[in-house]
Design a protein around this ligand. Sequence first.
Ligand code: SF4
Ligand code: SF4
Length: 415
Amino acid sequence: MKTIDEIHEKISRGEAVVLTAAELKQRIAEGEAVTVADVDVVTTGTFGIMSGTFAILHISIANPGTFHHAEKAWLNGVPAIPGPCPNERMGSVDLVVFGTSRAGKSYGGGHLFRDLVEGKEIDVTVETAGRYISRTVTRADIDLARLVTTRSGFMNYQALINRNPGTVHTIFSVRGLAGPYREVSVSGCGDINPLQNDPEGNVIGIGSRILLNGGPGYIMGPGTRSTREHPNIAAFADMWQMVPDMMGGFVTADGPECITSVAIPIPVFDDAILRSLLVTNTMIPLPISDILDRTPFAASHYGEVWDTTDTIITYAPESCLQCEPCQAAAICPVNAIIPGERIDPLRCVHCGTCIQECIGGAFSGKMGDVTVNSRSIPITLRQSSRENALKICNHLKSLILEGKFRITGKCGDLW
Ligand code: SF4
Ligand code: SF4
């Protein structure tokens, strides 16, 4: 048995052993007998589309007395909800912006959140008493920016297939999900996902300190639709401490969605906690459902998604045919492709869409298949990035070892 105070002391003395979940599993796969004495903290993480995300902002718009109160508002065209505080005649607005709100087909709340964190200029418009007041703002004009997730870190996703002829335009596809049985869309980072490594909630709970989009935050409790069998969390964090490439927008066939990342440290107090950390991809079921009714009709596991595949998609510019326009760049859901040159590593989420779209075969990466009734169906889209989740696990590990992230115990149970 170890205590949180003993782990803190080891960290301050520079003696703590902090491993990412992937490093721990690698050691065990290589035959190492890891005990509680050998590891103090394991960092877990997940990165992907998480629709249940919203921001609370307080923004100065005009001089006090300029308007009574805002009735409607938009940020870069993304609709926002004024209130609940009316800020009567203060010249400022409290705004709530959903990560899934849309300014059009290719820009939404998730894009806006990243632009805000990157310090870009944002156009704000409020409607008040039949007139419109607009202002361009930056971070300096926003004295509070807080991100809240209502449902993040799912423990149980479904792989999705279109079993009928034709294409279904859905948020679970970038090009439209083609059927019948032509492709599979998957989500989830497998055995490095936080809740997957503590399914009993032994250390993850209300009050646990986490990284939300790379910035320090806290778990509020279970998220919407969270159940004991299929848990998720709700969390919050200050946006101004977030890291831009750990968040953003993602354009699906049904419009913009929001990318969110979560990293959670798991202090290894005892054997029960260590046992939970031994979960592997092949042990984690992945139900396969039809996109239209979401009822599972087959089953796979995360070994098929992550164990024999490439987490990184690569680009060979020498294979590029310089076609005009570049179809891959046009459809990349995060606008990460510079045709003929490179993939922007700070934007790419390794989803695999470009592999399908590029006529020159310039993109490569093994995406894998799932097996349905003895038939292999190719995975064509990953809406979670294990590669980026590994990065946030490493980021959290560095912060802990440098004494920049203090681990807290939970103050209440999730279940
Ligand atoms: S589609 Fe492929 S080959 Fe054509 S310009 Fe784009 S990257 Fe090059
Ligand atoms: S894998 Fe390709 S399509 Fe997906 S984000 Fe990266 S560059 Fe864009």
